[in-house]
Design a binder for this molecule. Structure first.
Ligand code: LMR
Length: 391
């Protein structure tokens, strides 16, 4: 029977990790998968995570099951950082731990699907796994352009898409640090989006996977908090992979908001049963480490400090790229104002391949680069390589 299965291509982004590792050139540059790198090119464990992990080893008395909702101490401690100080809005907001942000997006889309969503609107380009999750959940996807040529968000396309949507539709939005374009909505645009969502009744599903890597923890939460304050129902998929550096430990959360507390209880019961059927319960270690940080003022301050230095480094790399002006046919000036780890370059698949083969520069075939893979020491080489293949 299993012989009927067709060969599937390897995930292009994840395949780059192995190709990069196999390359023996000492000056190779990894701009592929979205992993933060320091000025030395490393991805160390956060200081606060190391401390929390030590504490966890010393204090954790059991590894017995928790349940599909995972570590609710983690979920509740994280909530004010994500959604602000407004509390659970009279029981309208609740949440559960998920295996990474992917698990949270998966659960959000599965909930929408179970509730009978008609169309799921999604700006493109988007993180490639979004479409894969939507297809796997069997929802109908309707796309609209996310960004304009000038490097700003395409509000006209979003307006038009939401104009045709109603209460049976949902829209997937990136909360901050858009992946792959780096093109975020401004606060004024979020105000308009919140109004549009209120008017149309479409369900917002907000994916917030890079909070703190754009303008700051509070600043990057503007959109999510504005939407939450303006609509009756919302789903927020959260990832701690990047802002706590926990990638492989798979730490995420899904926050749900219903129109009233009873509805939220019902939504959560569906989320719990879908989680149980999918992964039963999330892995504990990373979430428990985040909880220990958030329960401790000093560890929280140290985590925020390290996060701020990451954000500053990404900003400095962006500024230097923008300063370079152009590289061959590529205008780099727009990258300075964009947010987070990613940017899209107008390069062809052939040019991406030449960058890899001739220059040891690894990036996604779509033209996406992970800005955090660049350092002050290799930007010039990257710009020269880009000029070579596009000039
Ligand atoms: C990325 O887009 O590179 C990251 O979100 C990692 C992933 O899982 O794809």
């Amino acid at each position: 029977m299993l012989d009927r299965l067709d060969q599937q291509p390897a995930d292009a982004l994840l395949a780059l990790i192995k190709m990069y590792e196999a390359d023996t050139r000492p000056d190779k540059i990894d701009l592929g998968v979205g992993v933060y790198r320091t000025a030395d090119g490393g991805t160390p464990v956060f200081r606060a995570i190391k401390q929390a992990e030590k504490r966890l080893v010393d204090t954790q008395g059991t590894k017995a099951y928790l349940g599909p909702e995972g570590d609710m101490g983690f979920v509740r401690a994280l909530m004010p950082h994500v959604l602000g100080d407004a509390g659970n809005r009279d029981g309208r907001i609740d949440g559960m731990q998920t295996p990474g942000g992917t698990g949270a997006v998966r659960l959000a889309v599965a909930l929408a699907q179970k509730a009978g969503v008609r169309n799921l609107l999604m700006g493109v380009p988007s993180w490639p796994n979004h479409k894969q999750i939507l297809d796997d959940c069997g929802v109908t996807t309707v796309t609209f352009d996310h960004a304009c040529e000038d490097g700003s968000a395409d509000m006209g396309a979003l307006r038009e898409a939401l104009g045709k949507a109603g209460k049976d539709d949902a829209v997937l939005l990136h909360g901050a640090c858009h992946n792959p374009t780096g093109v975020d909505y401004t606060n004024e645009q979020w105000d308009e989006i919140a109004d549009l969502l209120g008017e149309t009744g479409a369900l917002p599903i907000i994916d917030l996977a890079y909070q703190g890597l754009g303008d700051g923890m509070e600043e990057d939460a503007y959109g999510v908090r504005k939407v939450i304050a303006s609509v009756p129902e919302a789903l927020v998929a959260y990832s701690c992979d990047k802002n706590f550096g926990l990638y492989r430990d798979r730490v995420g959360a899904l926050y749900v908001m219903g129109a009233n507390a009873d509805e939220t209880v019902r939504i959560m019961s569906n989320a719990a049963s879908l989680a149980r059927a999918n992964w039963s319960m999330p892995p504990d270690h990373g979430g428990a480490s985040v909880r220990l940080i958030l329960e401790d003022e000093d560890l929280t301050a140290d985590w925020l400090d390290e996060l701020a230095s990451m954000r500053e480094r990404i900003g400095a790399v962006r500024a230097k790229l923008a300063e370079a002006g152009t590289a061959g046919a590529v205008d780099l000036t727009k990258l300075g104002a964009q947010k987070g780890m990613f940017a899209m370059l107008p390069v062809s698949k052939e040019q991406v391949e030449r960058l890899r083969k001739d220059h040891g520069v690894y990036m996604a075939g779509s033209g996406r680069i992970n800005v955090a893979g660049l350092t002050m020491g290799n930007i010039d080489a990257f710009v020269a390589a880009l000029a070579d293949v596009t000039g």
